[in-house]
Design a protein around this ligand. Sequence first.
Ligand code: HEC
Length: 188
Amino acid sequence: MNLMQGSLLMALASAVLLWPQTVSAQVTNSSPVTAEAVLQIPKVDYRKQWVQIGSVSSLAEKSDEGSKQIDTTYIERENLERYLRDGKFPDGTVLVKELLVTKTEQLTTGKISYAAGDVIGRFVLVKDSEGKLGSGPRFGDGWGWAFYKGNETTKTVTGDFKVDCVGCHQAARGDDMVHVRLYPLLKR
Ligand code: HEC
């Protein structure tokens, strides 16, 4: 192998290594499949009827451009209350994390970013501690896992949760795979 081929290979290897973090695995499966019914986007108007446990904003590369994305996670009130009482999410708990496009503007309060409306996609987690709600590649580690692009509600691009989700959520394993510390509302 000459030097040129060697550095090409290196570049390829680092692209492959970096890829899952940057693009995240939402896009590994290019032909979406119909998800199990329990994993589909809830039919209720969760923005109005459920409780927001919190929001996370990802900054644009240049910080003076504000946020590029604001993600908000929702849960049903009853499951929130049971979590606060018992310290665990009851089976059937659904968490919906909605990814929204933002705008950044100068207002009288300063430069602010706000969720401008368009849905980039939605992540769904469904608590299934004993594997009773589902089986197969989108179920495991106590949850069902799926991502839906844009406003899609039934066809998921998630193939295997071990490939598409767990690598990142591993860091939250001590809190049952959920990033509990980011949500003051879940403080017990
Ligand atoms: C690139 C790493 C990464 C991947 C891949 C990923 N997640 Fe996450 N996820 C996170 C992080 C970090 C958070 C909390 C911070 C945030 O929202 O940015 C999070 C938050 C969530 C939340 C809100 C509850 C919580 O834990 O904070 C849900 C629901 C969720 N992810 C579902 C999924 C599902 C389902 C998949 C696979 C289809 C997945 N995620 C893949 C990193 C990831």
